[in-house]
Design a protein around this ligand. Sequence first.
Ligand code: SAM
Length: 273
Amino acid sequence: MKNKTLNFSLGKYELVETDDGSQTLLSTYFDENCHSTAGAWEETEYNYFYGCKLDEKLKTQNQLTVFETGFGIGAGLYVIIDKLGQTDFDGSLKFISCEMDEKLTLWALRESDLAKKYLTDASIGKEEYSGITVITCQIRNIKAYVIIGDIRETFNKVIPSIIDSNKIDAIFQDAFSPRKNPTLWTKEWFRNLRSYSNDKCVMSTYSSSIAIRKAMIAAGFFLINRKGFGNKRTCTQAITRSQLKDDDLHDQLSRSKTPALSDENYKVVLKFD
Ligand SMILES: C[S@@+](CC[C@H](N)C(=O)[O-])C[C@H]1O[C@@H](n2cnc3c(N)ncnc32)[C@H](O)[C@@H]1O
């Protein structure tokens, strides 16, 4: 059966069924799927909800701020809504994400199957911070903000107005692959993230590339090796506390000659319609 095609601001996307029965999108602009075909939903639970230890944080904190690199179909937000619904968490959670494609964001929050399942009683709005559009969504004790545009240009202009003194507790680092989406994997990008992270923050990602891990270390994170999702051997957790780091991994990385990804080497111009 042919996959359904959708048209948004960055061009065509195809809805692709994954092995756990959930859907992902193939972006023709980036020429990549938003998730592993082994299971979009399960991958998001594993890599981000559990990868960032949100299950533990929900038990000990009553205010949480999560940042996500790349909103896509919104699976990160929907997994949080689903999991929170199964706990007695009665605090508040801020979910801040970013997306170059505004039409994709509106579809993901209003028309997708996940929106119909999880957001029937949500209020969707549009706010502006320093002239930048932010799509918002309030659902019970969760407020989501999706910053529209290239996050490398908008991050420092918008984040200080949204974030509170608690700073970021968890980062879902879920850009497309470094080859397709290089500006969101450099040490300069990770420095931005580190500067707004608190001392208990956990960043989690599917990637285990040496150049990316070195970029995270150069930005001030400490790393832990984690088993990857599906048939991926390893993935990465990056933390802001040095005491818990994986010393062997840090030793191995310091011996490797591969340089950290940097804007200098990987700067690309992202084109909009
Ligand atoms: C792998 S997908 C994210 C999947 C998403 N986390 C989910 O669970 O559905 C990456 C997303 O990042 C967006 N993106 C890529 N580069 C960006 C940039 N520079 N600024 C903002 N969004 C970007 C893409 O349009 C794409 O939707």
